[in-house]
Write a protein that binds this ligand. Structure first.
Ligand SMILES: C[S@@+](CC[C@H](N)C(=O)[O-])C[C@H]1O[C@@H](n2cnc3c(N)ncnc32)[C@H](O)[C@@H]1O
Length: 383
């Protein structure tokens, strides 16, 4: 899958000759940002306005102006300038304005989780759209320092929308490991979970994902408790809490660096989802926090956390502590995109720790202009 990202946040052009244009620079990369999109992709950039007076979340957004742009393979090295003329911006006294950049073709859209399965079945690719923060409309406004810039991804299923914010600094490199934007494995696991939601209508299911019976049985329990490790921006746990009213408690965990973005994303959740979801620091290399150690987890979710062999031993130790003999039989669900042979160490360590792969599924993932990939989802249990 590919992700549109802002290399330069949208801003009102300060030039006197073009006072009413909003400019940004975007790139299209893979989930880790380690490779650009080497295919031509027609894009559409929209300037949207919310005149509702809301200052956070929600709002009533409508399109103010738009521009078509084309991403070409060569653009990877420089990014593409997006310029949207917006003559009526000068008259704007109130309201928020943001930029949305998305693929022009609906078939590339992945905002509807269902499309992940349509794309998997039809062997087509996805490009994830991006939304900016509210743009500062003062002509000579200082650019936000990169560290403070956020960008939003929006996904939906069964009439519910997920708003997942991520850091959007100008250096994608620092986001490779801790860079809590959604990744392919997290996105596919989220859409997989949403497929089995009791909120889904059977008639809407055109394509079926592969079966994972133990996971499906857990999701059908009258009540269940879920812990996510290495949650990043929180897309997986937030999806679960949103699409499964039966989830009694969902705790998203990560290192302290992710707390700010997790707090933000959890704070946007509507009631009653927000009453059962929370986040907490859990460092795999340290003893478990007492409340987490003392809870009988039904499901432990781990997405895209296994590709750094340096920290995998700590991850396996944390999973071991969570499923110590005498505790409830938690199902540990691990979603990953195998990127390198060195990742096999995860499976060796899991086996040494007494975990058995009880079920697994593969989801094919086409990538525009590159070789196809695969997301694998494993269900592990102890003993
Ligand atoms: C590649 S990201 C995956 C994020 C998210 N699960 C997803 O799929 O979008 C890996 C996550 O593992 C977290 N992580 C790395 N080392 C960790 C540790 N020792 N303890 C807890 N979390 C850790 C990182 O902070 C990062 O958020």
């Amino acid at each position: 899958m590919h992700y549109i990202r802002f290399l330069k946040q949208p801003r009102l052009l300060p030039s006197a000759s073009a006072p009413n244009q909003v400019s940004a620079k975007i790139t299209i990369t893979t989930d880790l940002g380690e490779s650009f999109c080497f295919e031509t992709v027609p894009l559409c950039a929209l300037l949207e306005i919310d005149a509702s007076g809301s200052t956070s979340g929600g709002g009533a957004w409508r399109t103010l102006a738009s521009a078509d742009i084309v991403w070409a393979a060569k653009d990877g090295y420089t990014g593409v300038e997006v310029i949207i003329p917006a003559p009526n911006l000068a008259r704007l006294r109130h309201g928020r304005v943001r930029m949305v950049v998305k693929a022009r073709s609906d078939s590339l859209d992945v905002s509807a989780f269902e499309n992940c399965w349509v794309q998997a079945a039809e062997e087509t690719s996805g490009v994830v759209a991006v939304r900016s923060m509210a743009i500062n409309l003062r002509p000579h406004a200082e650019q936000r320092p990169a560290i403070q810039a956020l960008a939003e991804r929006v996904f939906h299923a069964h009439g519910k929308e997920l708003h997942i914010w991520e850091e959007a600094g100008e250096s994608i490199a620092r986001h490779i490991w801790y860079g809590p934007g959604p990744r392919d494995a997290g996105l596919i696991l989220s859409s997989y979970l949403s497929f089995f939601s009791p909120l889904s209508s059977e008639s809407g299911k055109v394509y079926s994902p592969p079966e994972l019976p133990l996971l499906q049985t857990t999701l059908q329990k009258e009540e269940f408790q879920v812990l996510e490790l290495g949650a990043g921006c929180g897309i997986v746990g937030i999806s679960l809490a949103t699409f499964f009213p039966e989830a009694k408690q969902v705790i998203l965990t990560d290192l302290p660096e992710a707390s700010e973005i997790l707090t933000h994303n959890v704070s946007l959740l509507p009631s009653p989802t927000n009453s059962k979801i929370s986040h907490q620091v859990l460092d795999w290399s340290l003893p478990l926090p007492t409340n987490i150690q003392n809870t009988r987890w039904d499901l432990v979710l781990v997405a895209d956390c296994t590709y750094n062999p340096d920290v995998v031993p700590d991850l396996v130790k944390a999973l071991g502590r969570l499923t110590e003999p005498g505790k409830a039989e938690a199902l540990v669900v691990v979603a990953m995109k195998v990127r390198h042979e060195s990742e096999a160490v995860f499976f060796d360590l899991m086996q040494d720790a007494g975990f058995v792969v009880k079920e697994k599924a593969k989801v094919p993932l086409e990538v525009l202009g590159a070789d196809s990939e695969e997301i694998e989802i494993f269900g592990f249990m102890r003993g």
